[in-house]
Write a protein that binds this ligand. Structure first.
Ligand code: DGY
Length: 424
């Protein structure tokens, strides 16, 4: 039987549906975002499987010839967003941004396909498999400068954890003298206290301008761009996505891809220790240019379980970190540990809880035999939605919603995970 919250979640997805794709939320994000759409497909799959596949097919319609799946597809012009298609200037049809976002798509495709019986002849599988394979190859070709199977990002927006303080030191070195004037739109939609600051935004725009000035040459950007950081979140997500894609490759009888993916998986498993910070007791993002570790424990650090990495001793340290989080947070899982520099319980990715990361962490914890922790995170997420509604993110201290309301991926997470006591 459907509950009232089920009905509300379904209504949000239907309301944010723009015909073949879903906007993350009305106003603040009026286009199709990459990882938002992947998670949103999981929500649609709970009541309309055809629409779930369509969401992803529409996303990959914006894939570049070099394999990159962009972070935004600008299907229809909307003056309420900055930076819009003319600022990115990528010249693509449909218009897109010039950067990517977390590679969670293959994991979602596997889940949709298995929910429908895992038939290798599924009519909608092959195209999406090929799109994911091309996208993973793009990461391997352009975003693995150290050759250790991890993911370097060239813009903080690629991580999806836009203003996490993991990026502060690298951003501080970005020259903003040529940025010029522009008008932000985000702070016209939601409280500025919940968004990145003006100084941060200048840096985001400066990095964008570097990419545009290079003619969106991904080689130039990767080799000489102003922002080159290995993201712990995307490194874990790509490892997991390679494992999930391998399952599909095997079902499709693509032996060459199975071998290729096995090699990538082994490389990433061995390479992940480059991110381990023993003082923090966690995997942390690390700057490629300076070699400095952020030393910050974020929700992405706990994706180690989702990626299936870590020795027994490393996992024990991570679990201790999770336990430590509960001493300052009423609700799990905060995006930054309280007490860390720049922690702010309501400012975007500097503290608030984001259910899509919580979902992946909970999957990993359950798979690793820590069902009690997975259930704690799920139950806390249920309380947040029951208390505050379907917000973009939530304060780990008060549970109040922050950012946009009626948010598509929060509704999707309710349908696909949070409402299901005992696991996704
Ligand atoms: C924004 O505009 O804040 C987006 O998160 C960028 O992807």
């Amino acid at each position: 039987m459907r509950s009232d919250l089920d009905d509300q979640a379904i209504a949000i997805l239907k309301r944010n549906d723009r015909g073949g794709y879903t906007v993350p939320t009305h106003g603040l994000y009026p286009y199709q975002w990459n990882w938002d759409s992947a998670f949103v497909a999981l929500g649609f799959a709970e009541f309309d499987t055809d629409r779930a596949w369509t969401e992803i097919e529409t996303l990959v319609s914006g894939q570049w010839d070099d394999g990159m799946i962009p972070h935004i597809i600008f299907h229809k012009q909307d003056p309420g967003y900055f930076p819009g298609p003319s600022v990115w200037g990528t010249g693509k049809t449909p218009p897109t941004s010039g950067i990517t976002q977390p590679p969670v798509l293959a994991s979602v495709v596997r889940r949709l396909w298995e929910a429908e019986g895992a038939d290798p002849a599924h009519p909608r599988l092959r195209r999406l498999y090929e799109a994911c394979l091309a996208s993973h190859r793009w990461f391997h070709r352009f975003r693995d400068p150290l050759g250790n199977g991890l993911v370097m990002v060239t813009h903080n927006w690629e991580t999806g954890r836009d203003n996490s303080s993991e990026w502060d030191d690298a951003l501080a070195r970005v020259d903003t003298s040529g940025v010029g004037t522009y008008q932000r739109r985000d702070t016209g939609h939601v409280d500025a206290a919940m968004r990145p600051t003006a100084a941060e935004y200048d840096r985001y725009v400066a990095i964008l301008q570097f990419g545009r000035n290079s003619g969106w040459n991904h080689r130039t950007i990767a080799d000489t761009g102003p922002f080159r950081v290995v993201d712990v979140g995307m490194s874990m997500e790509l490892l997991r996505a390679n494992r999930d894609l391998r399952v599909i490759a095997e079902a499709l009888g693509d032996a060459a891809a199975v071998q290729e993916l096995d090699e990538r998986i082994a490389l990433s498993e061995a390479g992940m220790d480059w991110l381990w910070n023993d003082a923090a007791g966690a995997y942390c993002s690390r700057d490629v240019t300076t070699g400095e570790s952020s030393g910050l424990v974020t929700n992405a650090s706990f994706l180690a379980f989702y990626a299936g990495v870590g020795s027994a001793a490393q996992r024990d340290r991570l679990l201790a970190g999770l336990a430590r989080m509960t001493t300052s947070a009423t609700y799990l899982l905060p995006s930054l540990e309280a007490g860390s520099r720049a922690y702010d319980h309501q400012r975007y990715w500097r503290g608030p809880i984001w259910l899509v990361v919580s979902y992946m962490v909970a999957i990993g914890l359950a798979e690793a035999g820590h069902g009690d922790w997975a259930e704690r995170i799920r139950a806390d997420s249920a309380q947040l939605i029951a208390k505050s509604g379907f917000y973009e993110s939530f304060s780990p201290e008060t549970g109040a919603g922050s950012g946009g309301n009626d948010f598509s991926w929060t509704a999707a997470m309710w349908l696909a995970w949070v409402r299901k006591a005992g696991g996704a």
